[in-house]
Design a protein around this ligand. Sequence first.
Ligand code: F6R
Length: 611
Amino acid sequence: MCGIIGYIGKEDAVPIIVDGLKKLEYRGYDSAGIAVLGYNGFDVVKQKGRLAILEERLASRLLENKPLSGRLGIGHTRWATHGEPSDINSHPHVGSKNKIAVVHNGIIENYKQLKERLEHSEHGVSFASQTDSEVIAQLAEHYYSGDIIDAVIKVSNAVEGSYALGIMCIDEPDTLVAVKKDNPLIIGVSDHGNFIASDVPAVLKHTNKVYYLNDKEIAVLKEGKVQFFNMDKEPLKKKIETITWSMDSAEKGGYPHFMLKEIMEQPRVLRDTIQSVFNDGKNKNVLDSVNISGYNKIVITACGSAFNAGVTAKYVFEKLCRISVDVELASEFRYKDAIIDNKTLVILVSQSGETADTIAAMREAKSKRAATLSIVNVVGSTIAKETDYCLFTAAGPEIAVATTKAFSAQLVLLYILAVRFALKTGKLTHKEEEAQLAEIASLPDKVKMLFEQIDAIQKYASTCVGYKSIFFIGRNIDYAIALEGSLKLKEISYIHSEAYAGGELKHGTISLVEENTLVVALSNCERLYGKIMSNAQQVISRGAKVLFIGNCPRDDTESEKLYYINLPKAAELFSPSLSVIVLQLFSYYVAANKGLDIDKPRNLAKSVTVE
Ligand code: F6R
């Protein structure tokens, strides 16, 4: 939640920061702001609303011959936690002495106590905003006595909660300082200047060389130099990493939305992710080294779509490995005093690797001595760094808030993990393992085949914008993927939606079905085709329309009430990778037909770093 960026260098910081904020807007978009440090002190432009409004403000400053400009600056895009979205609550925040400016991603839990202390201090600090973040700027000014690093250390020791901070001080105009705890921050270095940012895509245009800041490490950036310190002000040596993501991956590349671009990238993403476990490298090493025989229980824990990937994978693990798998929402798992021990393997699934609940679940698992294995997209993220084993999805940067390609990449890694565990525990022979892997390897081409039906999906979706409610049903693994279809639809189209196991309909939900309800029925389990089709008929006879997505031989003729989308044949266990593509495209086109802001759905943010 919230994206921060900062620049110090030879070039004008303003266009660099604005461009970086565009890449970070997925993290929050209810207000945006930028501050530069020039000859006359801080110049701040910030306001409620999307970044586009900030750009308009900057353009009018140019027209008025008062351009915002400077070689040191910080920027912020906000997802409000404390204090409503408003101009005054937008970042950057400047202390009341006008000495220190701050951008913050995170939550300061003890801000009220700190605020009261400052308000009642000798100099009676007066606060301008309702945010928790302003306390950082005020506190830093309070502590500042000629050395910004000392002030930052004192601030870090005083605040409780999570933070990634970019800090400028008027008395040290050649310095940009950053520090973090429990929220991500990278430091980018380029020929013309150095950067801080919440995420890599924000700096990719300028550099692929980054440092990942760890908790309670301080970065001090000058024009041609970056230094790191710990909280005792001792210098630290850090390893610079080279990012392999291309710059194109953070651009729309001609598509109207990132979401559509990311859906269309999936054949490549699946291929790269599958390859990554066979080519020498980190993923192969991890897969070879996890000793599944040492565990008698698997728990998968995650949030949102990543949780749905876990629910889907449960069917695969249980079928192939004959080991029982619990799937837990990370936000629940962290508080439930789970029955796990050193014989449990806890699998954490997270695109960002920074989801607060998933991090807490990981730490809970570790505190109970369970082994932890993560499936993560972002190299250098907290979950990737702290788990015992980490498999990386090769999805590249995912910009649209609604996940598509990262979800698909998570699924294939989970399939491969299950197949490998089944081999290691003797549940599959080498020959059977090869057959399963061949099925998985065939998925990218089948996804490509599916794209031939885009026009039909788009056309059908265009007839669905008027529904108030859409239900998704499936049985077994089709039910698992129905959960993801439903989540995708509701988050981007704002149409109410629920997913049910087909057999559950008659136990209550069917009372909601009436004339012109839409039910999306999934059917890739051939053995259960008859069952799901009779569910479909039950709702049709109560007035509903049915969109039937599946690969089973069908025996009901299409009608005004029943529309089919056929999927290429795939093994039942891996068929969710095909159904989900149709579900993503369906949701996308429903939302597109409603003219919604698909990449940035209201109230959401991509990286949920608060509880
Ligand atoms: C839905 C979506 C979210 C995320 C969830 C977990 O489209 O993107 O539900 O799946 O917030 O995020 P990560 O995977 O970053 O832990």
